[in-house]
Design a protein around this ligand. Sequence first.
Ligand code: URA
Length: 432
Amino acid sequence: MIRPAELIQRKRDGAELSAEELSELVLSYTRGDVPDYQMSAFLMAVYFRGLSHAETFALTDAMIASGETIDFGAALGRKVVDKHSTGGVGDKTSLAVGPIVAACGAPFGKMSGRGLGHTGGTLDKLESIPGFRVELTVDELVAQVREVGIAIVGQTATLVPADKLLYALRDVTATVDEVSLIAASIMAKKIAGGPDAIVLDVKVGDGAFMRTLDVARELAETMLELGRRAGRETVCLLTDMDQPLGWAVGNALEVREALDTVCGKGPPDFTELVLSACAHLLALSDLGVDEEEGRRRAEQAVTDGSAAGVWRRWIAAQGGDPDEDALPVAPIVHEVVAASSGYVTRLGATAVGMAALHLGAGRASKEDEIDHAVGVVLDRKRGDAVDEGDVLAELHARDEASAAAAVDEVLAAYTIGEEAPPARPIVLDVIA
Ligand code: URA
């Protein structure tokens, strides 16, 4: 029998815990035998002390062992691909990547999470579509990937239940941005969730949990190692999150932007990231293509409308209304205007994410309800020229008071300077 207070103390003091101790702690917490307050203290100790490689592997294994696992490849007789992001502001990449790779013939099956801190979650975005069901059984999930080519669902209660509980706890205890915890959380879900090949999008910069390229590389290497140990082919893209991705931040707004991108009308940075992720996923799939051919096929699926066709079939298969007009719309749209002329030299992703959260697009505590209609649409991004009085962004709000409160937050996200900043690519590095 472990004594949680003793494990907390040893981790706090920098000791290495054994695989058995970590396993029992995680499994006891999942059963409800260890209370939230002790697990919170343990997470905070890990936040400050980190986990060794051996501890990270043990934590990942324990989380996988907390529930069932699926073998997608065996169930479908095909190689199933998946992509996962470490979380960012305006990150709706899976929503666009999934239908595009499915339209190219690669089965895409994904379990997604909810928003963490100032970053939005794929499930919250999908739930802005009226009727959309994120909770499918494992059989429904496999059947839908077989029939429609794509399914994106919430973690079922039976898969990695430990992560579901820990993720929600970390979100509200300031213990999200720790390399080992992120690596174990993501890879436990990926390994248990059954894809054969995974493209990981590690976000780097102001709005990401990884602030610098060095830490992002460390996270990427840890996740690649976890993937290797579990026999999954894994590629990590390190991508820019110094400014929000695309123009839209907020759930229904992002769903609309993902659909626009699937139809070839998306923002340039987001479109580039989506096509790049699709190229890597298709190269890892069983279609026998390289990245260059993968990219060509992804572009083709966008231009010939097949990706948009898959989008409609996918949304309908999960009970959602595929009509864009069915998405909720905020009653108030309030413009934020530039107080000076020049170039946008900085557009802080965290500040925009926090403004969206305060408008109601995210959760401040575990129990909070999300307002799917609200958020921020950026008219100007880094490098754009602006004249005094130009619209920088639009706030989509529930009422005038919340819009007024968000104006200063969004204004503070922008720095207007005299010279255009150097261009920064969206994909900063690829690690395989
Ligand atoms: N995404 C996850 O799935 N887990 C984390 O811990 C962070 C981002």
